[in-house]
Design a protein around this ligand. Structure first.
Ligand SMILES: [Zn+2]
Length: 340
């Protein structure tokens, strides 16, 4: 089967690899309906994150179960499923508290890479959620988005305590930031400030529910958010980038007592203790427990309340994965959907 493999920074090839097989009785084999390139895939692509050899890529997936191990009871062949990038048992104490991405049995959900035709998913019972029926084609991009970017944006909004009466600012205009806007809107936020300097992304942010756009970043961005909030800062700030600048922008744009939900994978971020001490903000984030939100997100997609698949503005066959990486790296595409 075909799998996208990163062989060096800036180099992605689609190679033939062995078909996945059931290894553990808790595994499932899923035939992908669609997969995609993640903003976090750009870290090794840009050489910021080291590659320790050729790496099968991708961790976002939606598709049809083809085979299950003997111990799997909640999903069966023929069902359309969505899962998170981390496999979880969904039964341990940490899972039951809503932190499936820190499950005591956590492992990668796509060990062979999800930018592929097929995928072995471990801990299938705890990881995969079946849709009510076979989805129509137009729902597939949105269901795929639930696998990571929607679930992550949603967690960021929840971690930032977005809700009625709140002003939410969003740092980062990638797919996660934009879906953080959508999540804040769905959670009832009163005002949503999207921070973006790109016209196509601003447009999508407005479509998803943003009420204000701030084009400045860094200290100027913080000042602009304060200007819009009576000098106080936002109640809730979503951080969806992961750099020193974006993290400080998020913390400094939050009012005392407010909440920062950070979901951008951090790279070389160091928080200054004294500044943090006097900021009086709540910080919560990390790899999103997408599994917590999947049943609700699938329901909202299924019933047409949300259309997160709008973040995919380029669709390519899996064999052209390299072009997809290039488009995202150059910010010519927000998010690239790959068809196996
Ligand atoms: Zn668990």
């Amino acid at each position: 089967m075909r799998v996208a493999v990163m062989t060096a920074p800036g180099e992605v090839r689609v190679e033939d690899r062995a078909e996945p097989v059931i290894v553990e009785p808790t595994d499932a084999i899923v035939r992908l309906a669609a997969t995609c390139v993640c903003g976090s895939d750009l870290w090794p692509y840009r050489g910021v994150e080291a590659l320790d050899g050729p790496r099968p890529m991708g961790h976002e997936y939606a598709g049809v179960v083809e085979e299950v191990g003997s111990a799997v009871t909640t999903v069966r062949p023929g069902q359309f499923v969505v899962g998170s990038f981390f496999a979880s048992d969904n039964t341990c104490e940490i899972c039951r508290s809503g932190y499936q991405s820190a499950c005591v049995r956590r492992e990668a959900a796509a060990p062979g890479g999800a930018q592929a035709e097929r995928l072995r998913v471990p801990l299938a019972d705890g990881t995969l959620v079946a849709t009510p029926d076979a989805p129509t084609g137009d729902l597939v991009p949105s269901l795929l988005a639930a696998s990571d970017v929607l679930g992550t944006g949603w967690f960021a909004a929840v971690a930032a305590a977005a809700g009625p009466g709140k002003t939410v600012a969003v740092v980062g205009d990638g797919a996660v930031g934009l879906l953080g806007v959508l999540a804040a809107k769905q959670l009832g936020a009163e005002r949503i400030i999207a921070m973006s300097r790109h016209e196509s992304r601003q447009k999508l942010a407005l479509e998803f529910g943003a009420t204000d756009i701030v084009v400045e970043r860094g200290d100027a961005g913080v000042a602009a958010v304060k200007d819009l909030t009576g000098g106080l800062g936002a109640h809730s700030v979503i951080e969806a980038v992961g750099t020193q600048e974006s993290m400080m922008q998020a913390i400094n744009a939050t009012r005392p007592g407010g909440h920062v939900g950070y979901v951008g994978v951090t790279h070389d971020v160091a928080l200054p203790g004294l500044e943090l001490f006097f900021s009086h903000v709540h910080l919560h984030g990390g790899p999103a427990p997408v599994r917590r939100f999947l049943p609700d997100l699938i329901d909202r997609i299924w019933t047409g309340q949300i259309n997160p698949g709008r973040v995919f503005d380029l669709e390519l066959p899996l064999d052209q994965a390299a072009a997809g990486y290039q488009a995202m790296d150059r910010r010519e595409a927000i998010k690239v959907l790959l068809r196996p």
